[in-house]
Design a protein around this ligand. Structure first.
Ligand code: HEC
Ligand code: HEC
Length: 174
């Protein structure tokens, strides 16, 4: 699907508040309260290389130091080999750094930092922000066959690939 179409999908899903947000250059996430929408970002190498095994996790979900650690050891990436040629790796790292939780301008990033992500976690799912957002998910649900692990956002968030994580699009599978 091209990004224009994806964008339209997101707009119809979350309404006019996001229409406003999406017209800002850095794609600011929309307000407190209702749903959480990841900043809309496009970057060729990131989308090509970091979305083949899982969705392209928003850089706003981890601080810069986390991305540096993670990109520094792609040959042992959570048990997988996700190595890249040095130029592509450096290009993706620059993009991740520029949009990281403690650098970018997204509200989600500010919240991740406010919850304290200063110890450079390698996993989004280890941040206090993530744990807090999911305190109502029964522990057993994470390891269900239909889910696999907490990192499999799309198992429960049907519009995760479009960056939409609001209550209307979430359902824990049986
Ligand atoms: C060869 C497959 C593969 C590729 C390519 C890959 N990953 Fe991963 N990634 C994984 C696996 C496997 C996990 C662990 C998933 C789990 O715990 O269920 C993971 C987990 C992650 C996590 C942690 C998720 C969590 O638990 O919060 C991040 C962040 C991440 N990857 C970023 C990236 C980035 C950035 C790239 C591109 C440079 C990338 N990945 C490319 C396989 C891959
Ligand atoms: C086992 C199912 C499941 C998985 C997997 C999962 N989530 Fe969630 N998520 C939920 C539930 C349930 C809620 C709570 C919805 C609510 O309370 O409105 C939630 C809430 C959220 C929220 C807050 C939405 C809001 O309206 O405040 C965000 C953001 C979010 N998840 C992101 C993620 C990300 C990113 C991943 C993957 C790294 C992920 N989730 C993985 C089930 C899941």
């Amino acid at each position: 699907m091209n990004y224009l179409l994806r964008g339209i999908g997101v707009l119809t899903a979350v309404g006019t508040v996001s229409l406003l947000a999406f017209s800002l250059p850095s794609g600011v996430a929309h307000g407190d309260g209702g749903g959480d929408v990841m900043p809309r970002l496009t970057h060729k190498n990131w989308q090509q290389e970091c979305a083949s095994c899982h969705l392209a996790y928003s850089p706003a979900l981890l601080p810069r130091a986390s991305w540096q650690r993670l990109m520094g050891k792609l040959d042992n990436h959570f048990g997988d080999n996700a190595s890249l040629d040095p130029a592509t790796q450096a290009d993706i790292l620059r993009f991740l750094e520029a949009n990281a939780a403690d650098v970018g301008t997204s509200q989600i990033g500010r919240r991740v930092m406010r919850m304290g992500a200063k110890d450079a976690p390698l996993r989004i799912t280890d941040t206090r922000w993530f744990v807090g957002k999911h305190d109502e998910v029964p522990r057993a649900a994470w390891s269900r066959k239909s889910v696999g692990s907490a990192a499999n956002c799309a198992a429960c968030h049907s519009k995760a690939e479009q960056g939409v994580f609001d209550d209307d699009t979430v359902r824990i599978p049986k």
